[in-house]
Design a protein around this ligand. Structure first.
Ligand code: SF4
Length: 217
């Protein structure tokens, strides 16, 4: 099977397995999604969802967030880890949104990536999930699965993103990236496998004998 044939099969099978693609991080609008995605760095979505209701009840707009003392933000988000850095970023980006963007989250990759605490992956999630712009945010799950499914050499997350964008139709990216995350969490976890346990891998690699371990980015 060629790489393109594998990609088409994965696309089909994942759409059958996950016809619905709910957004894992609870949010109210682009601003609260941006904050939730920022908090999810090195933290599980489940934990972020436990923390954000209290934060958003206090402040769910850039204006209200910018008015909160950083220590208050930090106290609420502590369970998410890296709280000093994340609290400073949340406060700082809220002020920038107010001062430079009329209190709105800009629907623009470059402007988003200029905000403190917002990298390419965070910007991609917001563009995809809040604004419906095709993007392929590559997190650790996607990076790992793309390697195990031999869709990329996996040299870096940037390379994986380029390879996945090339091989999947643009109008599938947003839902497909969520489906790969769902599949990774459910079936293809970080601990490695023998490469033959899932029906999907047996279909993709009928002759595979040994596990395909993923390289880190
Ligand atoms: S067989 Fe292994 S690599 Fe393939 S999908 Fe299952 S867990 Fe992932």
């Amino acid at each position: 099977m060629t790489r393109a044939e594998r990609a088409a099969l994965i696309d089909r099978r994942l759409a059958e397995l996950y016809p619905e693609t709910p957004i894992p991080l609870d949010h109210r609008d682009p601003f609260t999604l941006l904050i939730a995605v920022l908090l999810s760095a090195q933290c599980t979505d489940a934990r972020v969802n436990q923390v954000t209701p209290a934060l958003f009840d206090l402040a769910d707009t850039p204006e209200a967030m910018a008015a909160l003392p950083v220590e208050v933000i930090q106290g609420i988000i502590r369970p998410c880890g890296l709280s000093p850095r994340k609290a400073a970023a949340i406060s700082g980006l809220s002020k920038i949104l107010l001062e430079k963007h009329g209190g709105k989250v800009p629907a623009d990759f470059d402007l988003l990536e200029e905000l403190p605490g917002v990298g390419h992956k965070t910007a991609s999630v917001v563009m995809a999930q809040s604004f419906g712009v095709p993007a392929f945010p590559v997190d650790t799950h996607i990076h790992r699965l793309a390697q195990r499914w031999e869709l990329t050499s996996g040299r870096s997350v940037e390379q994986t993103e380029r390879d996945l964008k090339k091989i999947f139709p643009r109008d599938h990216w947003n839902r497909l990236h969520l489906r790969i995350i769902f599949y990774g969490r459910e079936h293809c976890t970080a601990r490695g496998c023998d490469g033959t346990v899932c029906p999907l891998c047996r279909e993709l690699f009928p002759r595979r004998k040994r596990g395909k371990m993923a390289k880190k980015s």
